[in-house]
Design a protein around this ligand. Structure first.
Ligand code: FAD
Length: 493
């Protein structure tokens, strides 16, 4: 069996790894992995500059979703898995240029600690009342279909909760817009809770309670010196590129093609004819691990309905700017992982992570790393700006937000890196689930074709790995279960 994998991001690499494993176990198959760029990894890209790990794309993955850590263990990277420094975990929201901490007890956008919510300066008194009264929200008996995250949150907690909570959290993660993102696809657990409990706060408290009783009855009392609870985020000591390097090292070099975009494909009676670099080769199976818009272009001649739906999945673009400073020359930085910036603040930055705080041991002592995240659906035009202009914007905004005593405007960063990610992040817009059902049905009618990547069932790294491996397994063996909910949110500061 010959299989082509188009796209060498994390989803395509995970698919190749799975095929390689099957080959090692004696499966008679060959594969070719086509990547248009000069390096593998797609959005995963880290650089180590003077000992500081700078993440130009993702910096970590959610520990709660096991697929990424499992793969790292299979690759022998277990000792390089780095937990987030959760003891110092605190995230701020910028409100009128001030950093206001997210209140304690926030779960999936739902405030669950009434005292913390009552005391936070993040919300007005009217919103706090609304949050308290939300406990009385009746269960939803009608099922009007999908709605936006903003509509769901506003119905329960009011418009201010959208502006100061839902929107910044989602734009810091998806580069997206709460008014466009689908509640059913992005926060399915909340939609379910609304049907069952009415109040999201009551639903969340019940779920939390159940989880705690389950944990108590299934695990012995913790001994002193026992390992600390699971960290929220997991990174790699050498950066996300370490995972890419370890994956590539396990693949057959003869199967890998860099700088070789697939430019056309055709379905023929015996399989798939793939056109790359002028050579047209025949394959029995095809894993499309490119962004959905790229898959739509390549499959245009194969199935119009499929390409219509693939091409309609919106994408956002983003930029990261990493700035390294000498810590001794900075003023006192607020405790925590970083901050989120609501769109209503009118800034270019969507979020900033204090990278040296979030993961310890990846920055030389005495250095501070600010990793700013810009762009998103509202600021696509920023991508056209020069590196110098983007660095100047981030420095100015950081000084305005942190204060000139913390970051003096004349203080030059020791290192600055800008990375642009054009149309890299899929947006699960209202109606996403129905669209995916149609796509799945069309793909089922095209033997040998599988799709993988962040456009379908989870945008985080663990989901992409899970879908890549599943696509490979599906092609070589009957389908096994792949149930893992996509609603957990990946990294924000
Ligand atoms: C700035 C940023 C920060 C993020 N932060 C996090 C985070 O902290 N945690 C987390 O879990 N997730 C994060 N994500 C999301 C996550 O990184 C991505 O969803 C995931 O890496 C996507 O992987 P992929 O393989 O689906 O796609 P991609 O990484 O986009 O890979 C697709 C590959 O296909 C190639 N390609 C395209 N067309 C062709 C063609 N015609 N022929 C051959 N090759 C082609 C591309 O060059 C690319 O390498 C972040 C994303 C970005 C952009």
């Amino acid at each position: 069996m010959r299989i082509a994998i188009v796209g060498g991001g994390i989803a395509g690499l995970a698919a190749a790894f799975e095929l390689e494993r099957a080959r090692a176990q004696g499966a008679a198959l060959q594969y070719t992995l086509f990547e248009s760029r000069s390096r593998f990894g797609g959005s995963l890209a880290s650089e180590i500059v003077h000992g500081a790990v700078l993440e130009e794309g993702p910096d970590s993955f959610l520990t709660e979703k096991p697929a990424a850590a499992e793969l790292c263990r299979e690759l022998g990277l277990e000792s390089d898995l780095l937990p987030s420094n959760d003891a110092a975990r605190k995230t701020y929201v910028v409100v009128h240029n001030r950093l206001v901490p997210l209140p304690d007890g926030l779960m999936f956008l739902v405030p669950t600690k009434l005292a913390a919510t009552a005391l936070t300066p993040l919300f007005s008194v009217a919103t706090k009342w609304r949050m308290a009264l939300e406990l009385l929200h009746p269960p939803r008996l009608d099922h009007p279909g999908d709605e936006s995250v903003a509509a769901l949150v506003e119905r329960h907690f009011g418009a201010e909760a959208v502006d100061r909570l839902a929107d910044p959290l989602l734009s810091g993660i998806y580069g997206g817009d709460a008014a466009q993102l689908s509640a059913a696809a992005v926060l399915p657990r909340l939609v379910e809770m609304e049907t069952r409990f009415g109040s999201l706060t009551r639903g969340m408290l019940a779920a939390h309670h159940k989880m705690q009783s389950h944990a108590k009855s299934h695990s012995p009392a913790p001994k002193s010196g026992a390992p600390s609870p699971r960290p929220v985020f997991t990174a790699l000591r050498g950066g996300m590129s370490q995972l890419v390097g370890a994956l590539v090292a396990r693949l057959d070099p003869a199967s890998l093609r860099l700088n070789l975009p697939v430019v056309a494909m055709e379905r023929v009676a015996s399989g798939w004819k793939i056109d790359a670099g002028g050579a047209k080769d025949l394959y029995d199976g095809l894993i499309m691990a490119v962004p959905a818009w790229a898959a739509a272009q390549l499959l245009a001649a194969v199935d119009a309905a499929l390409t219509g739906d693939l091409g309609a999945i919106p994408y956002s673009s983003s930029i990261t700017v990493n700035l390294v400073y000498d810590e001794a020359r900075l003023g006192r930085l607020p405790l925590g992982f970083g901050f989120l910036v609501p769109v209503s603040e009118g800034r270019a930055m969507l979020a900033c992570t204090f990278a040296h705080r979030k993961f310890l041991g990846r920055t030389p002592p005495g250095k501070a790393v600010f990793r700013a995240f810009l762009g998103g659906v509202h600021r696509e035009a920023l991508l056209a700006q020069s590196d110098e202009s983007l660095i100047a914007t981030v420095r100015r905004e950081l000084t305005e937000i942190l204060g000139p005593r913390t970051l003096p405007p004349i203080l030059e960063p020791e290192t600055a890196r800008v990375a642009r990610w054009s149309r890299a992040m899929a947006q699960y817009a209202v109606g996403h689930r129905e669209r995916i059902e149609r796509i799945t049905a069309r793909v089922a009618d095209l033997p040998g074709l599988r799709l993988a990547g962040n456009a379908y069932d989870g945008i985080g790294i663990p989901d992409c790995i899970r879908l890549g491996r599943q696509a490979a397994r599906d092609l070589i063996a009957p389908r096994q279960s792949s149930a893992e909910s996509p609603e957990a949110l990946p990294s924000s500061p």
